[in-house]
Design a protein around this ligand. Structure first.
Ligand code: NAP
Length: 303
């Protein structure tokens, strides 16, 4: 096996930590990162990096090049969660999530790509999320950051392929890490969404109880690193999480959203406590009621 130089952002915890350990045990030269590298693992190196800071990104990449001469694989893993009703999330908090999960990943790609082009080879693995495939109630901004990773990676893959560089997206679903603890949360909570938000977060915590071992995801990442022709997208994780992506494609959009709302405690039956409705419910006109289901939907667009 040829020994590769692998740079993994966010090596201090969770999936990134599992990627670092497995890569080192497989015999590669591994550099992980942390905003606050307090420990030095025996089998790999942990260096400082904040993906929100361009200077920090440049310093980290130059340090790896100076020490090892090349970067064969970049795993863009660093990320944070964000939760809250969309209306409650302040734009500055949403921007912080995008700055880490999306622009941070872009900063890393820009810093590493010139070296990979010079080498004539390279592999970039961008860690998205299963819920980048659809919006989840009270986690819309997280879904949005990861959907952005998907679209960006598709375009980048085509642009850099002629230089011998592969771009892969891994979209995990449900691994036991510290991400729930460090999620950004709006300070202003309560009001209109309080009951549904609380139910939805309880459902999410219940899911966490079934979370899987991060090393299982690390094993997949290693199959990708070993592969000569990796695929574009991989979805490791819980069966239901993977199934949801298929359902999103085949089930009518309104039905899919109904299932998701019910699953996360925000369905019609579980919505906000109602007193008398402010306006009477509008009954469909007779001609509307006769139209087929999809004609009444608000469009199943891919946008
Ligand atoms: N766990 C899951 O089931 C799951 C599912 C889908 C996607 N993901 C994705 O997997 C990735 C890893 O998450 P995780 O679950 O392993 O969470 P985690 O245990 O909280 O680890 C997050 C890592 O990201 C690093 N990080 C956060 N902000 C950073 C910044 N500004 N600059 C550099 N590093 C930063 C952290 O390092 P420091 O704090 O030491 O800097 C830490 O090592 C994330 O992209 C996440 O969105 C996870």
């Amino acid at each position: 096996m040829d020994r590769k130089v692998i740079l993994i952002t966010g090596g201090s915890s969770g999936l990134g930590n599992a990627f670092c350990w497995r890569s080192a045990l497989e015999g590669h030269t591994v550099v992980g990162t942390s905003r606050d590298p307090r420990f030095q693992p025996a089998a790999w190196e942990l260096i400082p990096l904040d993906v929100m800071d361009q200077g920090s990104v440049d310093r980290a990449v130059e340090r790896v090049i100076a020490r090892h001469g090349r970067i064969d694989v970049l795993v863009n893993n660093a990320g944070i969660g964000i939760q809250g009703a969309a209306e409650d999330v302040d734009p500055s908090m949403a921007m912080r999530a995008f700055d880490t999960n999306f622009f941070g990943l872009h900063r890393m790609c820009r810093a590493v790509l010139p070296h990979m082009r010079d080498q004539g080879s390279g592999l970039i693995i961008n860690i998205g999320s299963i819920i980048g495939n659809y919006g989840m109630p009270f986690r819309g901004f997280y879904s949005a950051t990861k959907a952005a990773v998907d679209r960006y990676s598709e375009a980048l893959r085509m642009e850099v392929r002629p230089f011998g560089i592969h771009v892969v997206v891994v979209e995990p679903g449900g691994y036991r890490t510290n991400i729930a603890r460090s999620r950004l949360r709006p300070a202003r909570r309560g009001g209109a969404y309080a009951a549904g938000y609380a139910r939805s977060m309880r459902a999410l915590d219940r899911d966490q109880a079934y979370c899987q071992d991060p090393d299982e995801c690390a094993a997949l990442v290693h199959r990708i690193i070993r592969s000569d022709g990796p695929g574009p997208t991989y979805r490791p994780g819980q069966f239901m999480a993977r199934l949801s992506v298929l359902l999103k494609k085949v089930v009518p959009e309104r039905l899919f959203e109904h299932f998701l709302s019910m699953r996360y405690g925000w369905g019609a039956a579980a919505g906000p406590e109602r007193t008398a409705p402010a306006v009477p419910e509008r009954r469909p006109r007779a001609e509307e009621a006769l139209q087929p289901y999809h004609d009444l939907s608000h469009g199943r667009s891919g946008a």
